[in-house]
Design a protein around this ligand. Structure first.
Ligand SMILES: [Zn+2]
Ligand SMILES: [Zn+2]
Length: 373
């Protein structure tokens, strides 16, 4: 493990000290290309955007690994700058470690594909990668994310991460302005908004699957307090444990808008600004990952799958390609104080076992798929 660990530390140090924000990962892409080329590989940069993919081994790859490559833009010790506080520098390092393993230690019996995806933090990178077609022929896709200490002890690893679905929606209420003395001639957008909030709370979704939708911003009325306001704008935040529950929540929002529009003779329009899909974890992929964790780090390192309300755009791959067998490794590496904290740090010694776990899981996927033929 020693030279492997040292190599990974070098890569990590470079990536950590050269962070770039979503869609601007130019130097990062160049560094990954140089490094993969030095391993004897032929990386393929995406033509219209940052990021790349690389195939290792003979034939058409059916097993893949995705690593995200972007940093966040945030205030660090008084200065705004790009900063790797979500551990994507570690994810890239592990994917490079997988490339090192399959080129320098043990060639895969069939081709595998590594995908270095831009712009995870914007929630738009996975969709863009899907459009390039590099996922189309894959049967299996693995991912990884470092986990905060509150979720996993340092050295404990989980074979799946159940992220929830998240949506941000905007609403606009078009009522009718009127003089404050003549409310009967207007349609008060604030009153319609109040009814909207109440109605949302009274619609049920399956109580066995957690979900919520709430209004998080509301604007209406101007300086004059003697005018019935005709227009209101509001924002909503929706969360759900599954994509089906998110569909139900979204339908409720639209149903309330439809019915209140009719009831109040107002025009309520809803738009969906941001959507992050919930995790769809494949049982077989999860079992390959669990066995890989035990192989590399021992029985006592295997933690149960994690359920977390955070979002992750990895799950767009399974939303768009439902037959894809996918899971994400939750790497316990003592992330403190937490993800996205400007001073976030973690134990980088876990990157080497993390890379070996991912390579092992990919090997299981290759082996067991071959056995099925
Ligand atoms: Zn993040
Ligand atoms: Zn992240």
């Amino acid at each position: 493990m020693e030279p492997f660990q040292r190599q990974l530390n070098d890569w990590f140090t470079h990536l950590h000290t050269h962070p770039e924000v979503s869609w601007e990962e130019y130097e990062t892409t160049q560094f990954l290309i140089r490094t993969l080329t030095s391993l004897g590989l032929t990386p393929q940069p995406f033509e219209t955007m940052t990021g790349l993919y690389v195939d290792i081994g003979e034939g058409t790859p059916r097993v893949g690994l995705r690593a995200d490559i972007d940093a966040l833009y945030q205030e660090v010790n008084g200065t705004f700058r790009a900063n790797h506080s979500c551990g994507h520098d570690g994810h890239m390092t592990m994917a490079l470690g997988v490339a090192y393993y399959f080129t320098q230690m043990k060639p895969p019996r069939e081709a595998v594909r590594l995908i270095f995806q831009p712009a995870e933090e914007k929630g738009t990178g996975a969709k863009a990668v899907l459009q390039t077609g590099v996922i189309d022929r894959l049967d299996v896709l693995f991912g990884a994310h470092v986990r905060p200490l509150v979720e996993l002890e340092d050295g404990q690893h989980a074979p799946a991460i159940y992220h929830g679905a998240a949506k941000q929606l905007s609403g606009r209420i078009e009522g009718k302005q009127a003089h404050g003395a003549r409310p009967e001639l207007g349609v008060n957008a604030i009153e319609v908004g109040a009814a909207f909030i109440t109605a949302l709370k009274s619609l049920w979704t399956d109580p066995n699957v957690s979900s919520s939708v709430k209004v998080t911003q509301f604007e209406a009325g101007g300086d004059a307090t003697n005018i019935i306001p005709g227009v209101a704008r509001f924002k909503m935040d929706a969360r759900a444990a599954t994509n089906e529950a998110m569909d139900d929540v979204t339908e409720n929002v639209h149903a309330v808008a439809r019915h209140l529009s009719a009831l109040y003779d107002a025009d309520i329009t809803i738009s969906e600004d941001v959507h992050i899909a919930a995790a769809v974890v494949d049982d077989e992929a999860k079992s390959w990952m669990a066995r890989a964790i035990v192989d590399v780090a021992g029985e006592e390192a295997l933690a149960p799958p994690i359920t977390t309300p955070g979002g992750e755009d990895f799950h767009f791959y399974t939303l768009e390609r439902p037959t894809l067998q996918a899971t994400m490794l939750g790497l316990g590496c003592g992330v403190t104080p937490g993800l996205h904290d400007p001073l976030m740090t973690f134990n980088t010694d876990q990157l080497a076992p993390g890379a070996l776990i991912l390579a092992r899981a990919m090997t299981y996927a290759l082996d067991e798929r071959n056995d099925e033929q």
